[in-house]
Design a protein. Structure first.
Length: 209
């Protein structure tokens, strides 16, 4: 007895349909066993074939760090996997709202920002902040390709300090951070960590408040 490739393929298709990327998962097991585990947290779904149409499943869903086990046929296993994957897809793609509220308050603006440019002192400090952000982002769990893109976009923000008024630059700053978080498909926890770095680095000197 073994879990077939066509069965594994069916589960992979359900993963795609749940707005998840298969390369975010570690797949292990052979013959009678098959396990799918999310790389960045405890979520997992494992199957062990015990009889011809009986499968023991060990499931760690989004709301249970202890997990649970049960036994059922293949059709019921598919239904359970689909429910697990859909719930996980929704969880990973749903912001908590707290990150957004924080980011909205990070770069407070006032009426004078529409017309004013940054002073030489402010530009010097902001450039120092940008360099510190580039260094500290390297400590996060982000691929080198993504880090290269982030560094390029931050360098562009550095260059724009000489061209844009305060309001326009602050708006560009927020948009840049949000856009590369989405475009690079950063984990919600990583995106939140970046906002916390921004809060820590940029607001020590109160230039952006």
């Amino acid at each position: 007895m073994r879990i077939t490739n066509s069965q594994k393929k069916y589960l992979a298709d359900l993963t795609h349909k749940s707005n998840l990327k298969v390369n975010d998962f570690i797949v292990t097991g052979q013959y009678k066993e098959f396990k799918v585990k999310y790389k960045y947290d405890f979520y997992s779904f494992s199957i062990r074939k015990s009889k011809q149409d009986e499968y023991l499943r060990n499931i760690y869903p989004i709301d249970n760090t202890n997990g649970f086990s049960l036994s059922c046929n293949w059709g019921q296993t598919v239904k359970r996997y689909s429910d697990w994957a859909q719930a996980l897809g929704k969880e990973l793609n749903t912001p908590t709202g707290w990150e957004t509220m924080d980011s909205d308050s990070y770069l407070n603006t006032n009426k004078s920002d529409f017309d004013e440019f940054f002073s030489d002192y402010e530009k010097k400090q902001l450039r120092s902040n940008i360099n510190e952000l580039k260094d500290r982002i390297k400590s996060l769990d982000i691929t080198q390709d993504s880090l290269n893109i982030i560094e390029y976009k931050l360098d562009d923000l550095d260059n724009k300090l000489d061209e844009l008024r305060k309001f326009d630059w602050k708006s560009l700053f927020i948009g840049t951070i949000v856009n590369f978080s989405i475009t690079l498909a950063l984990e919600p926890s990583i995106a939140a960590d970046i906002w916390m770095l921004i809060k820590d680095i940029f607001f020590t000197h109160k230039i952006l408040t």
